[in-house]
Ligand binder design. Structure first.
Ligand code: GLA
Length: 406
């Protein structure tokens, strides 16, 4: 009964407030454990790959040493499976004592000492997706705990809950995070929970209370998942465009560049599309053991600048023809564009493109300076009548940035 009163009280006060943490003016960038390290908790058998303090510290070290931090990757995030199976005697969350022997505050201090930020994971329901203690009935205490530990981002999952409650529960957690006084980026799975339970989502409140929000099924290390996500974003394009912008972004899930299951072409296609969506760039890979070409891709300054463009726009899917999609995103300075051809076909030698610049959005008579993104090649000045020729390989993308001339 007491819990229910607290719940109602929180809900009541959450209504009408909004997340006011000043964060995510551009999409957050960082690293997250889930796709690559999943729920590996067996540190005796698999000490270098289990979810542990050691793993997080090693990733933080590599983020700095290998140039990711300088490129803008900032958050080092622990996903599910960091918790002990029970709360402590004061109902506080506690990390698994064997895998996080010095606690989360110590880990946050370490990550901060590297100039990075720490992200953590909890769940709105009774349990996390992997079965660890959830935040239901403890949201205020958990928000305080995270703030005391020095956590900078909370990924708040939706397993083991009734998604009808999301529209009250997520705003309540948002309010509790606000009340801590510590800026904690709020990464919600609110609309994804609704999708899983066949409910529709109202993105107005989602954007009001969350900094980033998952709204589709998990990505896996396989291009088919990337294609499904891109299709979902394309099919709902006009709706999503209304809600993406500084302070709030759609989260199509982790970036699998440097993974195992996708070709280099598929990896660059994913990263290009995520940049077009103004999506969080949360890579999930093993930074201790990553191919050079994947690292170079992750550090590609043109892709990052499209993703981090201050307008924070969601690209428009202009057309889909025979498996090839044209996406166009407005970027600064005003009138400039990022353009991606995304090829979903899985056979053949790719699709040749030959098109007037004006037909793909470059209509300004003064022209544009055009750069090919993956190679960094300067393609020169394009006028509306200039012809662009390129080949878009199967399960690949072709990306250019077009800066307007004044
Ligand atoms: C859900 C989320 C994933 C991950 C797992 C952890 O599936 O969508 O991103 O956090 O739970 O159990």
């Amino acid at each position: 009964m007491v819990f229910i009163c607290i719940w109602l009280f929180a809900t009541f006060f959450a209504t009408g407030m909004s997340l006011d943490n000043g964060l995510a003016r551009t999409p957050p960038m960082g690293w997250l454990t889930w796709i690559r390290f999943a729920c590996n908790t067996d540190c005796d058998y698999d000490p270098n790959f289990c979810i542990s303090e050691k793993l997080i510290k090693e990733m933080a070290d590599h983020m700095v040493q290998d140039g990711y931090k300088d490129a803008g990757y900032e958050y080092v995030c622990i996903d599910d499976c960091w918790l002990a199976k029970e709360r402590d005697e004061n109902h506080r969350l506690q990390p698994d004592p064997k895998r996080f022997p010095n606690g989360i505050k110590h880990l946050a201090d370490y990550v901060h000492s590297k100039g990075l930020k720490l992200g953590i994971y909890e769940d709105f329901g009774t349990k996390t997706c992997a079965g660890y203690p959830g935040s239901e009935f403890y949201m205020q205490l958990d928000a305080q705990t995270f703030a005391e530990w020095g956590v900078d981002l909370l990924k708040f999952d939706t397993c083991h809950s009734d998604a009808h409650d999301n529209k009250e529960g997520y705003p309540a957690m948002s309010m509790y995070l606000n009340q801590t006084g510590r800026p904690i980026l709020f990464s919600c799975e609110w609309p994804y929970g609704e999708l899983q339970q066949n409910l529709s989502s109202d993105y107005g409140p989602v954007r009001k209370y969350c900094n980033v929000w998952r709204n589709y099924w998990d990505v896996l290390d396989d291009f088919q998942y990337v294609k499904n996500i891109v299709k979902f974003y394309g099919d709902n394009n006009a709706l999503f465009q209304k809600y993406s912008g500084p302070g709030g972004f759609f989260d199509p899930d982790q970036v699998i560049v440097g993974g195992i299951g996708m070709s280099h072409y598929q990896q660059r296609a994913q990263l290009a599309m995520w940049a077009m969506f103004s999506a969080p760039l949360m890579m999930s890979n093993d930074l201790r053991d990553i191919q050079n070409e994947a690292r170079e891709l992750l550090l590609n300054k043109y892709i990052i600048s499209v993703d981090q463009d201050p307008l924070g726009a969601m690209a428009t899917r202009v057309w889909v023809i025979n498996g090839l999609e044209l996406w166009v995103k407005p970027i600064v300075p005003k009138g400039s564009l990022a353009i991606v051809f995304f090829n979903t076909k899985i056979f053949g030698s790719g699709t040749p493109i030959s098109t007037a610049a004006s037909d793909i959005g470059m209509s300004n008579p003064k022209g544009y300076r055009v750069t090919e993104v993956f190679t960094g090649k300067d393609l020169g000045i394009f006028k509306p009548e200039t012809n662009l020729t390129a080949r878009v390989f199967t399960t690949d993308a072709y990306m250019i940035v077009c800066h307007i001339l004044s």
